[in-house]
Design a protein around this ligand. Structure first.
Ligand code: 3HC
Ligand code: NAI
Length: 727
């Protein structure tokens, strides 16, 4: 756990060891306390170095222990940091890999910090719904000032070693032998006064405008993390560092920690943290799994189509140092696409340089642009990202079958077309899979990996490995129209449009859902994505436009309610931001500043008159319930149909692809928080009021769970029949 050995008679080296990330479990804290006690008592020891085993200093408190009752958690890290700091022998932290959360707080208790150049430090507690509760909110502001500390503590950002040096968090950065360097430093400072190195004793350097700074930070976090309490508590704790002596500040830190812990947020965020890691551990009903099926190596890749998605996918591959061949349909598109890719790559290089990478250019994989399919003959994997058109995609996959080597995997970035239909035209349907990236593809963390009925487990394993190589979270789902994410999203957006027909304003709906915590309301989102995309898709399948049978009622398709509102906006040239008007108006075409549009109000009045729709007052509560519960209901249907194998898959998709607020855990976790019987009763009521909105009809699986006494979320899976799985 924590071992102690002597070096050159005078420096004791204590090594933290708790694989894989040396998290501070109660046992490790206890062992560290013991090792420190021995070193302090040993008269032969004049200085101490604390380091981490296997090149990782420490990733903070052991999150797996958070749900243990506090009295069973053993000695508190906070006391340990005070013990270290007050020790007369100098203590140096040798930081390799990471010093995060409690790991950084431990290092801040030390008198000196030496970091390896590739190490990262940070206080990510806010991302787990808590705050740094082992003096981080009190020591860090004393070390680096209020403004920088506020940024780190409220964003949870990880800071690379060179930036940490500039900020003053670490004293020295080395390229190698971090522990040796820490020992050298420890020896050098033996006998020197430690007063200025004891952070708890230092005054906080406050700028004259400190209150304005705190207020500004509060406004920022309220906007950025709507509905979440931990960022605000972090600011309150830093405010305490400004106004109170250290010991009082610590009391406030503890109080705020207890307050947060009594809310649902820490549990929700910690669930989201582990869910993101667990989705990588896929299993098929056949028994094949991430443990038993090896991925094939991917040394080279190709991307077809360099539009919005393709250019991001190329950039993502290049960032992962995978050489890419990028193919377009003609010279003009190739020129446009290649310029766009080069500009994205330049931006990546700039970002890396700002973070202190000296060889940023060399850290990207090479990209070759071409119009020639022959250049694809040796690549290990191809990702197709051309227009969303089945005939075109099939054409391309037929061609890939001929050109690519037999071992090459063929992936499609389709956002909802049938993977099996695409696979069926190839000579290797078992090697075809959906890799559904999210826009912008070089930034968004989510990759929906869509298994078709022919897809082999090796192909799944390789696609999931690709996600990891790209630094993304791959979630394995089954093949159905629009897969998981977009299938649920479509109903949510549709519900929002129905609410507008019934009397809401787009901005009221957006506000209600943004206050709930969603990154962007449905109308702002539609305007950003472009209303024409959905319009084209609906026209193609005959929901609107020339293929719509004559005599179809305007607000009905089959037995379902339909709103033609988005189609009419498109017919009027209102495509959203790109055309300067959509659900909102913008300062210009391509503008981003959404403003309520009086034109729309008049238009809506006329529309409601034509369709004989009576408006009514719609509460925020109804907006949230109808939009979110219909999405959640579809989540239960997706589970029932075996399209997703576990509720956490849906939650990870929503948290990482659709801006769902992590402090509520994700849609399915949120349903469990609200209570399944409540969700069911509300759905029943809304369905009764709106019998033509068929998707409000509660799913059988939801009803089954309620009838079984509402088991906790982790047991839902066991209530699903295994034969239903589409994985
Ligand atoms: N506690 C327990 N387990 C942890 C952990 C932690 N703090 N951090 C990571 N792990 C586990 C992961 O769950 C995963 O387990 P698995 O292999 O069984 O799935 C394993 O360690 C490896 O983690 P990753 O898959 O994330 O590996 P990476 O190499 O991609 O990333 C990391 C490593 C950068 C350390 C990343 O795991 C991370 O960011 N961890 C969270 C760190 C954090 O939030 N620390 C703050 C804790 S709260 C705290 O310290 C409170 C204090 O103020 C008192
Ligand atoms: P886009 O219209 O921006 O780009 C498509 C590109 O494909 C164009 O550059 C076009 O020249 C090229 N192309 C067309 N035919 C080609 C051919 N025969 N050979 C080579 N290149 C060809 O489209 P976008 O938005 O990038 O979408 C691509 C795919 O990704 C679609 O299937 C879409 O549904 C999917 N998708 C889109 C998302 C988005 O937010 N835009 C999100 C996730 C998936």
């Amino acid at each position: 756990m924590a071992t102690f050995r002597h070096i050159c008679d005078s420096v004791a080296v204590i090594t933290l060891s708790n694989p894989p990330v040396n998290a501070l479990s109660s046992a490790l804290i206890q062992a560290l306390q013991k090792a420190l006690g021995e070193a302090i008592r040993d008269s032969a020891v004049e200085a101490i170095v604390i380091c981490g085993d296997k090149g990782k200093f420490c990733a903070g408190a052991d999150i797996r222990e958070f749900n243990k009752p506090s009295q069973k958690r053993g000695p508190h890290l906070l006391l340990l940091t005070d013990l270290i700091e007050s020790n007369k022998k100098p203590v140096v932290a040798a930081i390799e890999g990471v010093a995060l959360g409690g790991g950084l707080e431990l290092a801040l208790g030390c008198h000196y910090r030496v970091a390896h150049v590739q190490a990262r430090v940070g206080l990510p507690e806010v991302l787990l719904g808590i705050l740094p509760a082992a003096s981080g909110t009190q020591r860090l502001p004393r070390l680096i000032g209020i403004a920088a500390a506020l940024t780190l503590i409220t964003t949870g950002k990880y800071v690379p070693a060179r930036e940490a040096l500039k900020l003053g968090i670490v004293d020295k950065v080395v390229g190698e032998n971090t522990v040796d360097e820490a020992i050298r430093l420890a020896k050098k400072v033996i006998g020197q006064p430690l007063g200025s190195r004891q952070l708890s004793t230092l005054p906080v350097q406050c700028p004259p405008n400190v209150e304005a700074l705190l207020a500004e930070a509060m406004v920022k976090v309220k906007k950025q993390f709507r509905g979440a309490q931990s960022p605000q508590a972090c600011i309150e704790a830093v405010r305490a560092a400004v106004h109170l002596p250290y010991t009082e500040g610590i009391k406030k830190e503890q109080e705020l920690y207890q307050f947060l812990n009594a809310t649902h947020e820490p549990r929700a965020q910690q669930y989201a943290f582990f869910a993101e890691r667990e989705v990588a551990k896929w299993t098929l009903p056949s028994g094949a799994s991430w443990k038993t099926v090896s991925p094939q190596p991917i040394h080279t890749a190709a991307v077809i189509g360099l539009g919005t998605m393709g250019r991001g996918i190329v950039t993502s591959l290049a960032k992962a140092k995978i050489p890419v061949v990028a193919l377009e349909q003609d010279k003009r598109q190739l020129d446009i696409g290649s310029k766009a890719v080069m500009s994205l790559l330049d931006r990546e290089i700039l970002k890396m340089e700002q973070l202190g990478h000296t060889e940023a250019t060399n850290s990207l994989g090479p990209v070759r642009f071409t119009l020639d399919y022959d250049e694809l003959k040796d690549v290990d994997i191809v990702i197709e990202a051309v227009f969303e058109n089945m005939a075109l995609k099939k054409d391309i996959f037929r061609r890939l079958s001929v050109v690519c080597k037999p071992e090459a995997f063929l992936c499609t970035n389709t956002s909802g077309l049938n993977i099996d239909e695409i696979a069926s035209v190839t000579n290797r349907p078992q090697m075809v899979i959906g890799t559904h990236f999210f826009s912008p593809a070089h930034i968004m963390k989510l990759l929906e990996v869509v298994r078709g009925c022919y897809t082999s487990s090796t192909t799944i394993s390789t696609a999931m490995r690709l996600a990891k190589m790209l630094g993304k979270i791959g979630v394995l789902v089954g093949n159905c129209p629009s897969f998981v994410g977009n299938r649920l999203m479509r109903l949510y957006v549709e519900q929002a449009v129905f609410l507008v027909e019934e009397g809401s304003k787009p901005e009221e709906i957006d506000l209600a859902l943004e206050d709930f915590g969603l990154a962007m309301g449905p109308f702002r989102m539609m305007d950003l994505a472009g209303l024409d995309i959905g319009w084209k898709a609906r026209t193609e399948i005959g929901l609107t436009g020339p293929k719509l049978p004559i005599g179809t009622p305007a607000r009905q398709r089959g037995s379902k309610r339909y709103s033609p509102l988005p189609d009419i906006l498109c017919e009027q040239g209102r495509f959203g931001q790109k055309s300067g008007q959509g659900w909102y108006k913008y300062e210009k075409s391509g503008g981003r500043n959404a403003m309520p549009d009086p034109w729309l109000y008049n238009f809506l009045s006329e529309y409601r008159c034509i369709h004989n729709l009576k408006t009514r007052n719609i509460t925020q509560e109804e907006v949230i319930e109808r939009c979110l519960y219909i999405l959640i209901n579809q989540g239960f249907k997706v589970l029932e149909e075996g399209i997703a194998s576990d509720p956490k898959d849906i939650d990870v998709i929503y948290n990482n692809g659709y801006g769902w607020p992590k402090h509520t855990g994700g849609p399915m976790y949120y349903a469990s928080l609200v209570g399944l019987p409540v969700v069911l009763t509300k759905l029943e009521k809304y369905y009764e009021d709106n019998p033509d909105i068929l998707d409000l009809k509660p799913s059988n699986f939801l009803k089954k769970l309620v009838a079984s006494g509402t088991p906790p979320l982790k047991e839902w899976r066991s209530h699903l029949g295994s034969q239903s799985s589409k994985l």
